[in-house]
Design a protein around this ligand. Structure first.
Ligand code: SAH
Ligand code: SF4
Ligand code: F3S
Length: 434
């Protein structure tokens, strides 16, 4: 039997889709396929911004015809959107042909939900409010070789005022470090070359033995084998000299930090409940670069948060000028029902929001281009991750997160490759193997 999984959202969800594939395999669905040939289609949804939800609505809706033609097809919808208050009932109403709805806390039950659905006509819905355990007993079908994602913690307690994640992912829960080390060792043994430790907020990692994130990172980086180590996401309020010291100590840890700043104005940061100031943030970058001069930093930015003035928006622009990011993800603020910011007055109109995002994207792109241009003529080491069918080139990232493309007449996926850069285009670099 065939399966098809559609994934939206962050790395956490990408990895969870690998776990879903693992569960489907146990349930008898062994082959990934196109939606038309699938016996089960699973949507792993995201609700971080309104457009993420709209994408999912469109694609789920489009399956109505297929479901009519193919009565035995099972359509399952899970992930963050389903976990939103009242959303499961809404989805069932809007798309009566959905067979299974499961929340973020109900992923390990998926196999039994499928079995239940096979035995009854009625739809099966399972959305519980919280989950305590941190081991799901699922063997993921990994699709990202040579990279492997490893969860270190789940949930978030930060309640940034705009963000829905704490509501749909629940309270912070850390996995025991012994379990994490065991999983990473296994992956290295299987030949994975890059391990990414995942958490909504890795700095909050704390297990039952009192292990913290820097000590965990130190322990993982101390494992033997030829691999690279990444982690995400860090929060500026938890930035520590201890973390920087561990990054500096280990060659295996990539010299790249994703440190979302969100905004450049202290008043907006306060309204966002981020618990740091612009000055503190820039101070952290200065310290990081003093200790690890070649470290690259990427970030997330939100424009048009409620009441943001033109002046305040310009503080985001000036922060981008100062901070020297290698790249940034930029978003227009999207109100999420149930969050504090959604109830704030002073919504910014669409026209202003679009104007601000356009100006910000232009600036970010210009900075990225300037940085990339400096690479021309230099040699970088990338870990080859795949083959770009359109460009007909192999691609991979260097430890700083830059994408490098090159030509090869044999499969290089999983190899560390030295590239002499001949051309730069945006964040992408093109080179020749040396
Ligand atoms: N835990 C991570 C990822 C959160 S989601 C972190 O704290 O960084 C990724 C990014 O989406 C956030 O950093 C933020 O920039 C953006 N985001 C979250 N909620 C949003 C909203 N309501 N509107 C617009 N962007 C949002
Ligand atoms: Fe959302 Fe803030 Fe938690 Fe990140 S730290 S997931 S932005 S609440
Ligand atoms: Fe989206 Fe959930 Fe990730 S809301 S960004 S998939 S944690």
């Amino acid at each position: 039997m065939n399966y098809h999984i559609v994934t939206y959202g962050c790395q956490m969800n990408l990895h969870e889709s690998e776990k879903i594939a693992g569960i489907l395999k146990e349930a008898g669905y062994t082959q990934p396929s196109s939606p038309e040939e699938a016996d089960i289609i699973v949507f792993n949804t995201c609700c971080i911004r309104e457009n993420a939800e709209n994408h999912a609505f469109g694609n789920i809706g489009a399956l109505k015809q297929l479901k009519r033609k193919k009565k035995d097809l099972i359509i399952a919808v899970g992930g963050c959107m389903v976990q939103e208050e009242g959303k499961a009932a809404f989805l069932k109403e809007k798309f009566p042909f959905i067979d299974i709805l499961f929340g973020t806390h109900n992923l390990p039950e998926l196999k039994s939900l499928i079995e239940k659905k096979r035995a009854q006509r009625k739809a099966v819905i399972s959305v519980t409010a919280e989950r305590a355990d941190t081991e799901d007993g699922v063997s993921p079908v990994r699709t990202s070789y040579p990279n492997a994602w490893v969860n270190i913690m789940y949930g978030c307690n930060n309640f940034c005022s705009y963000c829905i994640v704490p509501y749909v992912r629940g309270r912070e829960r850390s996995r025991a470090h012994g379990e994490i080390l065991r999983e990473v060792k296994g992956l290295i043994g299987e030949g994975y070359r890059e391990i990414t430790l995942l958490g909504q907020n890795v700095d909050s990692y704390r297990d039952g033995d009192g292990m913290t994130f820097p000590t965990l990172l130190d322990a993982v980086a101390s494992l033997g084998g030829d691999f690279r180590l990444r982690f995400m996401t860090s929060h500026p309020k938890d930035f520590s000299e201890e973390l920087v010291a561990v990054m500096k100590k280990h060659k295996k840890i990539c010299k790249q930090l994703h440190l979302p700043v969100q905004a450049g104005s202290n008043r907006i940061l306060k309204l966002m409940n981020r618990r740091y100031t612009r000055e503190k943030y820039l101070g952290e970058l200065a310290y990081l670069r003093q200790e690890i001069p070649d470290c690259e930093v990427t970030t997330d930015l939100i424009v048009a948060f409620p009441t943001e003035t033109e002046e305040e928006f310009r503080e985001t622009l000036s922060l981008v000028e100062e901070a020297d990011f290698s790249s940034a993800f930029t978003f227009i603020y999207s109100p999420r029902t149930g969050t504090k910011a959604a109830a704030m007055e002073g919504r910014i109109c669409e026209e202003t929001a679009k104007d601000r995002i356009t100006r910000l994207v232009e600036l970010v792109n210009r900075k990225t281009r300037e940085k990339s241009a400096k690479y021309v003529g230099k040699t970088i080491e990338i870990l080859c991750e795949g083959f770009d069918e359109k460009k007909k080139l192999y691609l991979g990232r260097d430890e700083y997160g830059r994408m490098g493309y090159f030509r090869s007449n044999r499969n290089r996926v999983g190899d560390f490759v030295m590239l002499k850069i001949t051309e730069a285009n945006g964040i992408s670099l093109f080179g020749e193997e040396v």
